[in-house]
Ligand binder design. Structure first.
Ligand SMILES: Cc1ncc(COP(=O)(O)O)c(C=O)c1O
Length: 392
């Protein structure tokens, strides 16, 4: 490459090195175990001297290939691919935090993560405290050396709050705390948290990285030192990615850059149209100048992403019929695929929470979360407008 650094779209397709011979596409090495010529060869591999693969729970060539590609996109030494986003979160925490140590988490994080933090970790003596998302960095700084690890997400779900990544990373470094970000909504195309100083970058690769709603997967990226601790835990916890999922993940990432470009364009277009509609009370999108954290988003993001939430000027019943009236937007949870999805957080991710708690989180009964896909933006707008005409 004549010393020139590859751009993200090239890395998405080829990684750091183009294939010089053999298959053009990384083969699926669908095996649980690997064969050795003799005992010496086996021993050198088991002890890590030869670098050969031994057993797929430990490592696999297909998985290793996609891990290297993700490292090149995140700008980290190493990446570990796992069987889900939750496997990634739990493996990192178990690998790095021990009983008696504490975690500080931002209040706006994925519900599954909150359940893991509140229901599983305390059984093993790990306590998680929560701090306000808007000034999370100040809480990390003020905590001194009280916490082993701080965990945050940006942009957040479903109100698309933005946390200042660099400020959190700086505060964590100053207090000797490991910083970990769930960067699922951000994608490595729109934001590069490790470049801003974050220690561990995590993705639910089920979402944008995979991109086609056909795999469950998770990734962790970081320095050699941190990742070797996490890799040791992963070998024993066993949340290993299957080689076929690794193949699909690699195939998905080939188009990540162009997909994200279209997600960014489509969501921006819809946000700008919806914010002007009198039937819409509020639009949450970090690309809008009126978004409270727009300047931070502009500083740390290349594009503002494909996630958008709209609060309709109506009650829950009308919000339900709005979603049921949509034709192109599919009625499903999850996000980040090529197809557009719509869901009502009060009935899905945030079901059962008291109205006051929802209000505190900036969510109303009529808030609709849209995962904007890569379809034609005018078709998507027409779909939203037709549903609004029918219901609001
Ligand atoms: C932001 C975020 N993080 C983590 C997860 C968990 O990922 P997975 O479902 O791949 O385990 C999700 C799932 O929806 C998510 O939205």
């Amino acid at each position: 490459m004549n010393g020139k650094k590859r751009s993200p779209s090239t890395l998405c397709v080829q990684g750091t090195e183009a294939q010089k011979a053999g298959p053009a596409v990384v083969p699926i090495v669908q095996t649980s175990t690997f064969v050795f010529e003799d005992q010496m060869d086996m021993l050198d591999s088991v002890t890590g001297k030869s670098g050969k693969h031994v057993y797929t729970r430990w490592s696999n060539p297909t998985t290793r290939s996609v891990e290297a590609k993700i490292s090149s996109l995140e700008g980290t030494d190493d990446t570990l691919a796992l069987s889900s986003g939750m496997a990634a979160i739990s493996t990192a925490i178990i690998g790095l935090v021990k009983g008696g140590e504490r975690i500080l988490a931002s209040e706006s994080i994925y519900g599954g993560t909150v359940h893991f933090f509140d229901e599983v970790l305390p059984k093993y003596g790990v306590q998680v405290d929560y701090a306000d998302t808007d000034d999370f960095h100040d809480h990390v700084m003020a905590s001194g050396a009280k916490y082993k690890l701080c965990f945050f997400e940006t942009p957040t779900n479903p109100t698309l709050k933005i946390v200042d990544i660099e400020k959190v990373a700086d505060a964590a470094r100053a207090t000797g705390t490991i910083s970990m970000i769930d960067s699922t909504f951000g994608t490595p195309i729109n934001q590069k948290p490790h470049d801003l100083g974050v220690d561990i970058v995590m993705h639910s690769a089920t979402k944008y990285l995979g991109g086609h709603s056909d795999i469950i997967a998770g990734t962790l990226s970081g320095s050699k030192e941190i990742m070797s601790k996490i890799r040791s835990a992963a070998k024993l916890l066993g949340g290993t990615m299957d080689p076929f999922a690794a193949f699909l993940l690699d195939r998905g990432i080939k188009t990540l850059s162009v997909r994200v470009e279209q997600h960014n364009l489509n969501a921006s277009y819809l946000a700008e149209k919806m914010v002007k509609d009198s039937r819409v009370r509020r639009v949450h999108y970090p690309g809008l100048p009126e978004h409270p954290n727009h300047s931070v988003a502009k500083k740390q993001m290349r594009g503002f992403g494909g996630m958008l939430s709209v609060e309709l000027d109506c009650d829950l019943e009308a919000a339900k019929s709005f979603v049921d009236s949509l034709d192109i937007f599919l009625n499903a949870v999850s996000l980040g695929g090529v197809e557009s999805l719509a869901s009502i957080p009060a009935l899905t991710t945030h079901y059962g929470l008291e109205p006051e708690v929802l209000t505190e989180m900036g969510i109303s009964e009529s808030t609709i979360r849209l995962s904007v896909g890569i379809e034609d933006p005018s078709d998507l707008l027409l779909d939203l407008m037709t549903a609004l005409d029918k219901t609001c």
